[in-house]
Design a protein around this ligand. Structure first.
Ligand code: NAD
Length: 345
């Protein structure tokens, strides 16, 4: 169901290292398909395939709306990153990436660290998100978080008339690499932050570091809040959660937050919840890794990421003017850029 004219899907298997991966290349009209590698304990290959199809497609539109000359791709590794990720497995995966000759360029995503990309770099140049000490732009997560912060501020400006998040009640779901950095930005601004995660140790660590509160209830979606920030996995906005949501804004880092883009985008609009499209506001990471290909510096990375504020505000207004969902408004602009390049070609 998630096939959307994907250009190429590659299944990678290696018995010796236990590697089971799928690389999804959605679209390469604007440039090589760049997108991170996710390692997750999928319950089946179908689940992994579905994820890579959705994620790679998302990357196409993320790069397009951000104005980058990149296509959309993504890779998923099937397995537990904590127990099954070995150097041998990562190197084998790098060889598969290399075999695509640059059509797909990888980076880190859930379950991956900068050091994993450094390892992949020893077998292929088609990798980004490598350490600064090795000439890369380093961990993209803090930049992703900063972009989400900018998008959230734009949504606040649009909804409350002020971009200031001081005293706003914000629930951050998932406090991994991006979530934690977002919590830091939010607590610096004086927001009232609640955190939730399936990892109790991390919850306590982040709570102690930023003086935020751990959410102790059993159904976060029904809590009254100003902003819900999904920063774990996708599809948390679905038939089940949407009717319970008691928030004014949704703005977070997770990819593919809407389980069904059209249907759930519309339901949010009808409920009066302002949704900052995920692929628009979580583009900081790709802006950061793109710097490795285009050789721009930190200042330019921050300028481009800060601009997410302007683009988000524009999109929210455009959705209102055109009476369409915010997701559709962002999508239309991205698609127009791809179509224009295609006809130039
Ligand atoms: N890292 C980036 O630069 C980047 C860029 C764009 C988008 N994203 C997206 O942002 C999200 C987070 O990425 P990350 O790099 O921080 O990943 P991460 O693996 O570092 O963190 C994910 C966190 O979510 C938690 N989690 C998982 N399931 C959960 C659940 N059901 N409820 C609550 N918490 C749960 C995990 O325990 C973990 O702490 C992902 O969807 C990713 O695709 C990341």
């Amino acid at each position: 169901m998630s096939f959307d004219n994907h250009e190429q899907i590659v299944f990678c298997n290696d018995k010796d290292t236990g590697l089971k991966a799928i690389i999804g290349i959605h679209n390469t009209v604007l440039g090589p398909a760049l997108g991170g590698t996710r390692m997750w304990n999928y319950t089946s290959e179908w689940e992994a395939l579905n994820d890579v199809l959705r994620l790679s497609r998302g990357m196409t539109y993320k790069s397009a709306i951000t104005g980058l000359n990149l296509g959309g791709g993504k890779a998923v590794l099937i397995g537990d990153a904590k127990t099954q990720k070995t150097p041998e497995l990562m190197l084998k995966f790098g060889e598969f990436v290399h075999s695509l000759g640059g059509k797909y360029i990888t980076a880190e995503d859930v379950g991956m660290a900068t050091s994993d990309m450094d390892l992949v770099r020893t077998v292929t140049p088609y990798v980004t998100g490598i350490s600064e000490s090795k000439g890369g732009a380093g961990n993209p997560s803090p930049i992703t978080a900063y972009g989400v912060f900018m998008g959230m501020k734009a949504a606040a400006k649009y909804t409350f008339g002020s971009e200031l998040l001081e005293d706003k009640v914000i629930y951050v779901q998932g406090i991994g690499n991006v979530g934690e950095a977002l919590v830091e930005n939010l607590s610096n601004e004086g927001a009232k932050v609640y955190i939730s995660d399936i990892n109790q140790e991390r919850l306590e660590e982040v709570r102690d570091k930023y003086s935020v509160e751990i959410y102790g209830g059993s159904n976060l979606y029904a809590e009254k809040m100003d902003i819900y920030a999904p920063c774990a996995l996708g599809a948390t906005i679905n038939d089940f959660t949407i009717n319970q949501l008691n928030t004014k804004i949704i703005a977070g880092a997770a990819n593919n937050q809407l389980a069904e883009e059209q249907k759930h985008g519309k339901m949010l609009r009808e409920k009066g919840i302002v949704y900052a499209p995920d692929f628009l506001i979580n583009a900081g990471g790709i802006i950061n890794v793109y710097a490795e290909l285009e050789n721009y510096d930190r200042k330019e990375i921050m300028r481009k990421t800060e601009n997410i504020y302007n683009t988000t505000l524009e999109i929210l207004k455009k959705a209102d003017n055109d009476n369409i969902t915010t997701h559709q408004a962002a999508f239309n602009i991205a698609q127009a850029r791809i179509d224009a390049r295609k006809s130039e070609k």
